[in-house]
Design a protein around this ligand. Structure first.
Ligand code: FES
Length: 120
């Protein structure tokens, strides 16, 4: 499924745009001008990667500093152990779209419970 994110003009280089999909997805526009989309939630705990620091094609989790590759989703080092899911980004007529992956997300247990509406 392809969903509209935002106009490319509203997403300057170095910025991120969080889509309130379920689960949330974030589009990153790198300083090099590349666009990537990954699941917004860190695979370790419930941290938003949209609030992380981007360098080259890596985003550093704001909570415990594991880094995720924006191209492949791979994680560099613990505490996160699982890769984050990646999505395809398409720009058409100045609009950024995200083609959502059909793979299962690697959400942390706390985020899965939140999505399910339970706290136990
Ligand atoms: S919440 Fe991201 S590394 Fe811990």
């Amino acid at each position: 499924m392809m969903i509209p994110a935002c106009p490319l003009a509203d997403l300057p280089r170095g910025e991120a745009f969080r889509l309130e999909t379920d689960p949330a997805v974030t589009v990153f526009h790198t300083e090099d001008g590349e666009l990537f989309a990954i699941d917004d939630t860190c695979t370790h705990q419930d941290a938003s990667l949209a609030d992380g620091w981007v360098e080259d094609c890596w985003v550093e989790c704001p909570l415990h500093a594991s880094k995720f590759n924006l191209k492949t989703g791979e994680v560099d080092a613990p505490p996160a152990k699982l890769p984050v899911r990646t999505h395809e980004v398409v720009v058409e007529d100045g609009m950024v779209y995200v083609k959502l992956s059909t793979a299962a997300p690697n959400l942390p247990h706390c985020a899965v419970r939140k999505l399910a509406g339970t706290t136990a």
